[in-house]
Design a protein around this ligand. Sequence first.
Ligand code: TXA
Ligand code: MG
Length: 318
Amino acid sequence: MKGSSVKEAAIWLRKGEVVAIPTETVYGLAANAYNVTAVQKIYAVKNRPLSNPLIVHAINTEQVKSLVSDFSSEAELLAKSFWPGPLTMILPKSAVIPDIVTAGQQTVAVRVPSHPLTLELLSILEFPLAAPSANKFNYISPVTAEAVSEMLGNEVPYILDGGRCQRGIESTIVSVEKGQINILRQGAITGEQIESVLQQPIIEQHSSVHLHPGMFKKHYSPRTPLILMDRNSDFSALGSQKNVAAICFSRNFPSISVDKKIMLSNSGDLEEAAQHLYAVLYELDKENYDLIIAEKMPDKGLGKAINERLIKAAVHAQ
Ligand code: TXA
Ligand code: MG
C-alpha cells in the first residue's frame, strides 16, 4: 500500500516490518536498525548479499552519537555543515548496532536525511532506521513512490509517499579516520563542498577502481545495455545498431541518429542532470531499447557522482 501517513509507516516499522521511505536523495527500504529479524527482511526483499552493509538513518546528530563509539572533531564539523542532508559518514560502531547492519564490520554508515516526512517519522520512532536504496540489488535507485511500487510493491506492506526525491542521486559516503577524510562514494554533496568546510584536502577514491567491501563494480544498472560516450568517441561503430536511445548533457549527439534523445539539463546544470538521471534511466529501461548511449559528464562537482553511476551502469554481467 502507498500513502503519506507517517503514523501508518510507524505502525509497520514497530511490528518489525520493512517500509519504503522518501529521502532527499532516493527512496530507502527501511527497518528498525536495532531489530535483527526486521533488518534481515531488507536483505531478503532487495536480494542483497549479506556482505553489503546498510546506512543507518537518525533523527539528529545526538542520536547518531548513540550509534557510534567515536565522533571526531571532523565528524562534528561535517555534521554541523551537512546534516540534515545527503552526507553519510562511516564511523566506529557502538554495541547497539547489530552485526547484520554493518555486515560484521566494526564501522557503521550513518546519516541524518532531510526529507520532512521521514524526519517526522524518525521523530516519533523509538529507534533509528537501517535503509539501503529501495531497489532490487544492482538495479536503478527509485526516485518516486510509483517506481518503488513497481519494483517492490508486492513485497513491502507500506510505501510512505513523499513525492519525487529532490536530489535524485544518493548521498556522498565518507570515511572519517584519524583526521583523514576519504570519499568512498561520490554523491549529492561534492568533494569541493567538503573541502571548503574542512579547509583540508580530502582523498577521493574512485570506487569503480578501488572497491570497498560491499561496493560492487556493476551497480545502478538498467537491464538495457548502456555505453558511455565522450566527446572523442567514435560513433561510426553505432551505425548498425537498431532502436537506440541517447542520454545527453551538453550536446545533442548531432552526428548520430537515434530513436530518442533526452537532455538531462538544457542549461548544462549538473544539479538538474543529477535530479533527472535515475528517472530517465528507469523510463528508458521500460521502453525496451536495444541500447542506451549516455554522454559522460564533465569530471567536476556533481559530474563525478553522475559519472560514477554511469560507469557502473555500463558494466554488464558477463
Ligand atoms: O542516499 C543514500 O545514501 C540512500 C538513502 C536511502 O539514504 N541510501 C543508499 O544506501 O544509497 P545503499 O545501501 O544503496 O548504499 C550504501 C552504501 C553501500 O555501497 C555500502 O557498501 C556502503 O554504503 N556502506 C554501508 N556501511 C558501510 C561501512 N561500514 N563501510 C563501508 N561502506 C559501507
Ligand atoms: Mg543502492
